[in-house]
Ligand binder design. Structure first.
Ligand SMILES: Nc1ncnc2c1ncn2[C@@H]1O[C@H](COP(=O)(O)OP(=O)(O)OP(=O)(O)O)[C@@H](O)[C@H]1O
Ligand SMILES: [Mg+2]
Length: 333
């Protein structure tokens, strides 16, 4: 096994290298993503984990060409095709048919004035022009059934507001898999749902991965949902990956103090009466990046040198960690 948790001969289906996203804001440039690299291999699941504002959504939206008002540099290759700077029509094709995304808020992604059946058939027919209206309708019913929506044929005529939050999330998943993509990006697919429905949603994603040989990128702020559901984890903080490795390695021996903090925040059934742990301090934002390691003001292991240079990812145990104190590798100024 390699230090990043895998050793395979196959090519990554999605290869992201030194991705940078800077928003143009009234207050000046806001560097939201600052040199992110990762690979996703066919059929595998990668989790992108981090607190709110760490750059998880922006990373994936940039890869799919869905950001406006931002400068995006670096590389994101899907099966060798460079997506950054790709012409919009070609990007749209890839987004619909090869790499699809379930957005963070299902209500804003569904059109409130169209039935869900109509929305599903529109998505399918946009990418499969030969598909007849009735064929698309039959497939829409099949898809709703596949994502465990009961009475799928009747539900096809429902409007988004007539569905529960969990059902809407399932419709989003149905829509995202309607054109048989190879990569599915799920942005916080369980956050708005109660714990029982969360578990059902994770099961559904696991079933779909198995049945359709889907590669999954699961974005979440909750390390609790990734343990059984993904193969590798990229932990993000202030627009960078600060730890990268296999799920087993990262849970067994987390390196970065931030990862350890996230793990300590997981609710535990065995300590009912203790106050739930949290990471002290507030997350760094693109407009208020401290000098050196952006986590150092919140880090209980910080040393004076931490505020001098920003650490780079380097091997530590079985994972890659961006912490000069741990790895002994000097950062970049
Ligand atoms: N359109 C925009 N203009 C300016 N800044 C933005 C824009 N979109 C996002 N940002 C900033 O980029 C940073 C990363 O945002 P992002 O949405 O990727 O966070 P996230 O990790 O997905 O958080 P959450 O868990 O809350 O969804 C944040 O500081 C956010 O305020
Ligand atoms: Mg987000």
């Amino acid at each position: 096994m390699t230090v990043a948790g895998r050793q395979r001969n196959d090519e990554p289906i999605l290869h992201v290298e030194d991705l940078r996203v800077t928003f143009r804001t009234a207050a000046g440039p806001a560097p939201a993503v600052r040199g992110v690299s990762f690979d996703v291999y066919p059929g595998e699941a990668l989790a992108i984990v981090g607190e709110s504002g760490s750059g998880k959504s922006v990373t994936m939206l940039a890869i799919l060409g869905l950001l406006s008002g931002a400068s995006v540099t670096g590389s994101a290759r899907f099966r060798g095709t460079e997506l950054i700077g790709l012409e919009p029509s070609r990007l749209r094709e890839i987004r619909g048919a090869n790499v699809s995304m379930i957005f963070q808020d299902p209500m804003t992604s569904l059109n409130p004035v169209l039935s869900i059946g109509r929305q599903l058939t529109m998505v399918m027919r946009a990418h499969q022009p030969d598909l007849s209206r009735s064929g698309a309708r039959a497939r829409a019913v099949e898809l709703l059934d596949r994502v465990a929506i009961s009475q799928a044929a009747r539900r096809c005529d429902s409007y988004p507001h007539e569905l529960s939050g969990g059902m809407r999330q399932r419709v989003m998943i149905a829509m995202a898999i309607s054109n048989d993509p190879e990569v599915l990006i799920a942005d916080e697919p369980t956050t708005a749902l109660d714990v029982t429905v969360q578990a059902q949603m994770m099961e559904l994603l696991a079933d779909l991965r198995r049945d359709h040989q889907l590669a999954l990128v699961l974005i979440t702020h909750d390390l609790g949902v990734v343990a059984g559901a993904t193969d590798r984890i990229a932990v993000m903080y202030a627009g960078k990956v600060v730890e990268y490795g296999s799920v087993e390695a990262l849970f067994a021996d987390p390196g970065h103090p931030y990862t350890r903090g996230l793990l300590e925040c997981l609710p535990r059934l065995d300590i009912r009466h203790e106050v739930q742990a949290s990471i002290a301090g507030v997350p760094a934002t693109p407009m208020s990046l401290p000098p050196g390691c952006p986590f150092s003001p919140r880090c209980k292991y910080a040393q004076p040198s931490c505020s001098e240079a920003e650490p780079v990812l380097a091997p530590h145990g079985q994972t890659l960690v961006a912490c000069s104190v741990l790895t002994g590798v000097a950062g970049s100024r």
